[in-house]
Design a protein around this ligand. Structure first.
Ligand code: AMP
Length: 506
């Protein structure tokens, strides 16, 4: 590690001043010198708000080039970057800003109806800036008025670089502290594992409020001097148009099913891509095989989570096994244990535990939840269930947390159940995921009601209270929920009963 373990210092050392490192669909290109200048301006614009290293900067905005300057400026100024999904409701945003103790809020004025009430209730807030979807706003204005030079704030590897939230089994979101060391070590491991180089062009269509788009793809790219071709969002046609020349593509499984549904997506369309990477949710074997048939390429699937970055990856050269997420990355310790902590034999299913520099140090201001998540030897309990084969490849079989992953976004059943049960007439609710051709999994609710229920009215109420991606696709009313002898709702039974809700069995 260098004298300054600030992640930005590592990026700055790697980026070539005169080579294009970022390009946008309108033909714009930014080299390493441009990145240094824009991140310096952003750091100065942020510091002008009287922020001190370690202060949280919350961001609720669409993906743009300026969003990247803001991220890099936060790193450079030693501030904690706190990105939020712009789909959150005012109530959800209010919780995140309050819990994070946000000092500065950067938000899209188009979202004011949801953001303003949350900001008004946030007592720690000392300033706001705007960042529109086109990059304009008071953040860009402040950058334009700022100096081109800025020091890189000295940080140790243990200092927090970013704060991202994930809901737990209780449905209460927990802040995940991600350090400069976590990000640097994982970016180095990924650069090596996926062979990122200055000769690559990464086509980037992922959202940047999530680890996948922000750290897992941009981290190794910036460290390797890989050119990032930035798209504002995933759109199958736009991706196909931008593929020529691109050598790397990373996405969630939904991207791959949508590309396959597009007749323009052919072997010829992706001739320059040397590897397609998938993660954030399980890639079905059917998609893996259909993709190989169409393009001649085997998708490289990897496994990670916000708390750990990437843990395992199928290899660049060597067997990419359908249904497997590969062996652990260099520097990542991984084991499978039974409920009572006994190591599992190969083939035996247990909970996946990981340890290494990639693993976060703990939840934000939640010492008890942190203590419960780690064992005495520092192994992090992922909550995912899996097994290893004789080649050391990991297979994920489920989630002990019952998380639903729809379109690559996590939906925690408990949170949706709570909202359903608050609706008059609904006695109890169970939320679960079922296979869906486009989203991977669709959120579905089974409820017990003591009066006749209008499904569309229930859904309309939920839409006011939850981000759209969490709202069930169907609310099924029944006389009772299946329960085991201990009275616990059997979600596995519900999942089986409704497995064909969106996919007709062949
Ligand atoms: P997140 O923190 O949003 O990245 O979500 C992490 C969770 O996504 C993990 O704990 C897994 O349950 C799931 N996940 C990520 N990658 C995969 C994968 N390749 N296959 C199956 N599940 C995955």
């Amino acid at each position: 590690m260098s004298a300054n373990d600030n992640l930005y210092a590592h990026f700055a050392a790697a980026l070539d001043a005169s080579r294009a490192c970022i390009e946008t669909p309108d033909g714009g290109a930014w080299n390493g010198a441009d990145i240094a200048r824009h991140s310096a301006r952003a750091a100065n614009a942020l510091r002008a708000h009287g922020l001190a290293p370690g202060d949280r900067v919350s961001v609720i905005a669409e993906k743009s080039l300026e969003y990247l300057w803001l991220y890099l400026g936060c790193l450079r100024a030693g501030l904690v970057f706190h990105p939020l999904n712009p789909a959150y409701t005012a109530r959800e945003l209010g919780f995140f800003l309050g819990d994070a103790g946000t000092r500065l809020l950067v938000s899209d004025p188009a979202l004011a109806a949801r953001v303003d009430p949350a900001a008004a209730a946030c007592e720690s807030l000392s300033g706001t800036l705007t960042l529109g979807a086109d990059g304009s706003g008071s953040f860009a204005d402040a950058c334009a008025d700022s100096d081109d030079e800025a020091p890189v704030c000295p940080r140790t590897g243990d200092d927090t670089a970013a704060l991202l939230y994930s809901s737990g089994t209780t449905g209460t979101p927990k802040g995940i502290r991600i350090t400069h060391r976590n990000l640097y070590s994982n970016a180095c491991a990924l650069r090596e594992a996926w062979g990122f180089s200055a000769d690559d062009i990464l086509l980037h269509a992922l959202p940047v409020f999530h680890v996948h788009g922000l750290f897992i793809t941009l981290g190794p790219a910036f460290l390797a001097g890989t050119r990032v071709r930035l798209l504002p969002r995933f759109d199958a046609d736009a991706v196909i148009d931008a593929l020529p020349g691109a050598t790397l593509f990373a996405g969630v499984p939904t991207y791959y099913t949508r590309l396959l549904a597009n007749p323009r997506f052919t072997r010829e369309a992706c001739r320059d891509v040397r590897v397609f990477i998938s993660g954030s949710a399980p890639l079905s074997e059917a998609t893996f095989h259909a993709f190989e048939e169409r393009t001649g390429q085997r998708i490289l699937e990897r496994y990670g989570m916000t708390e750990t970055g990437i843990n395992t990856s199928n290899p660049l050269s060597g067997a990419r096994k359908p249904g497997a997420v590969g062996p652990p990355l260099r520097g990542v310790g991984l084991r499978i244990v039974t409920g009572d902590g006994r190591p599992c034999a190969n083939g035996e299913i247990g909970e996946i535990e990981v340890r290494g520099e990639n693993v976060f140090p703990g939840y934000w201001q939640l010492p008890e939840a942190t203590a419960a998540a780690f064992d005495a030897h520092g192994w992090f309990r992922t909550g995912d269930q899996g097994h290893l084969d004789d080649d050391g490849y990991l297979f994920i079989v489920g989630r002990s947390k019952d998380l639903v992953i729809s379109g690559g976004l996590n939906v925690y059943p408990k949170e949706v159940e709570r909202e359903l049960e608050a609706i008059p007439g609904i006695g109890e609710a169970a939320v679960f995921g079922v296979p869906h051709a486009d989203f991977g999994e669709a959120v579905v609710a089974a409820v017990v009601a003591d009066t006749p229920l209008d499904e569309s009215a229930v859904l309309a109420t939920l839409r006011e209270r939850l981000a759209t991606f969490k709202v069930p696709k169907r609310v099924l009313v029944g006389a009772e929920l299946p329960r085991n002898a201990m009275g616990k709702v059997q979600k596995n039974v519900l999942r089986e009963q409704h497995a064909d809700l969106f996919t007709a069995r062949a």
